[in-house]
Write a protein that binds this ligand. Structure first.
Ligand code: NAP
Ligand code: GDD
Length: 329
């Protein structure tokens, strides 16, 4: 029998790569989609299957992490072997503006889903495995390099909510003997990255500048450093976490960090432009509390999961710039 997985956040960057991966492994993939007044499934267009198609392996369900009743219903329908909780209000700056909603979706939403799974497992009497999308933001102000033993020091409502999600996951694992893994993922990007995250904002602007559609790029703090990898590599790690004999918590990172300034130089360098002629600092993009330096130590993932990132920083930047040049054209 082929396996079945449920993905919350399936319409997001990671959800789309994870769906491709699981479909390629023969899974039936169920995804939770938020109701929106316009289509929000564009990242899934290439794998979308019409509900009228017989034997389709991608099944979408309306639902929301703020609505337990719906979550229960979707779990009962999907009967998943694995649940990947990727759904979240994932923008750090937005979390300062919508803190309560962020906590509801990211922290309490995780609790709701865990609790639905707990009842479902008891009801069906077989194991279901759960992946929780934790974040390097949970380390916040803790000095680099950060690994599984580093104490959390969250610096935004988003990060605090992810710390809560992490501990709910640990607690449900210990209290009810459930297979639950926390991924602690450092930043990962791709051509499918949301347009308001800094890497994509930059590469999208480059495409538009080259096409004459834009001549300025407004940014905030250029000094922060991030450990940026490729999203396609990271979803492979999520899957591997759920294939282990024992559940655990894993950092996933490249082990290299660059500042936003360095990202700008690399990305504008791809098209032989000097970023300083285009970038304007706008304080509206500063955060009330910043995370200055994230650099991950993924030794445990390498040793236990055999996971290593395959895409270098330079290749990642090039991939995103090339994509956005084409898009702008
Ligand atoms: P993303 O592109 O922002 O996708 C987030 C997904 O969550 C979207 O499908 C979104 O739906 C959905 N969502 C938002 N609020 C929801 C709600 N109330 N109920 C149900 N679904 C909801 O994020 P991503 O980059 O793919 O990241 C995936 C997960 O990993 C997130 O939990 C994020 O916090 C975490 N994470 C990401 C990174 C990273 O660098 N990418 C690093 C560490 C952890 P819509 O499409 O309708 O908005
Ligand atoms: N978004 C954004 N927009 N960030 C900017 C800008 C700007 O105009 N200018 C400078 N930055 C700086 C931010 O202040 C931050 O230090 C850095 O660029 C990265 O910001 P984001 O790309 O928004 O990502 P993030 O690191 O805050 O959060 C992402 O990574 C986390 C993992 O560490 C998100 O994907 C989170 O969901 C994820 O958990």
């Amino acid at each position: 029998m082929s396996k079945s997985a449920l993905i919350t956040g399936i319409t997001g960057q990671d959800g789309s790569y994870l769906s491709e991966l699981l479909l390629s492994k023969g899974y039936t993939v169920h995804g939770l989609v938020r109701r929106s007044s316009s289509f929000n499934t564009s990242r899934l267009d290439h794998i979308y299957a019409d509900p009228h198609e017989a034997g389709r392996r991608l099944v979408l369900h309306y639902g929301d992490l703020t609505d337990s009743t719906g979550l229960r219903r979707v779990i009962e329908k999907a009967r998943p072997d694995e649940i990947y909780n990727l759904g979240a209000q994932s923008h750090v700056k937005v979390s300062f503006e919508n803190p309560e909603y962020t906590a509801d979706a990211d922290a309490t939403g995780t609790l709701r889903l865990l609790d639905c799974m707990r009842d479902h497992v008891e009801h069906i009497g077989r194991e279901v495995r759960f992946y929780q999308a934790g974040s390097s933001e949970m380390f916040g102000a803790a000095p680099p390099p950060q690994n599984e033993k580093t104490a959390f020091y969250p610096r935004s409502p988003y990060a605090v909510s992810k710390v809560a999600g992490y501990w709910y996951a640990v607690n449900y694992r210990e209290a009810y003997n459930l297979f639950i893994a926390n991924g602690i993922l450092f930043n990962h990007e791709s051509p499918r990255r949301g347009e308001t995250f800094v890497t994509r904002k930059i590469t999208r602007a480059i495409g538009r500048i080259k096409s004459g559609l834009q001549d300025k790029l407004f940014l905030g703090n250029l000094e922060a450093k991030r450990d940026w990898g490729f999203a396609g590599d990271y979803v492979e790690g999520m899957w591997r976490m759920l294939q282990q004999n024992e559940p655990g918590d894993f950092v996933m990172a490249t082990g290299e960090a660059y500042s936003i300034r360095e990202f700008l130089a690399e990305a504008f360098g791809c098209v032989d432009l000097d970023w300083r002629k285009y970038v304007v600092i706008d304080p509206r993009y500063f955060r009330p509390t910043e995370v200055d330096f994230l650099l991950g130590d993924a030794t445990k993932a390498r040793k236990t999961l055999g996971w290593t990132p395959t895409v270098s920083f330079r290749r990642l930047v090039r991939m995103m710039v090339d994509h956005d040049l084409q898009l702008a054209e």
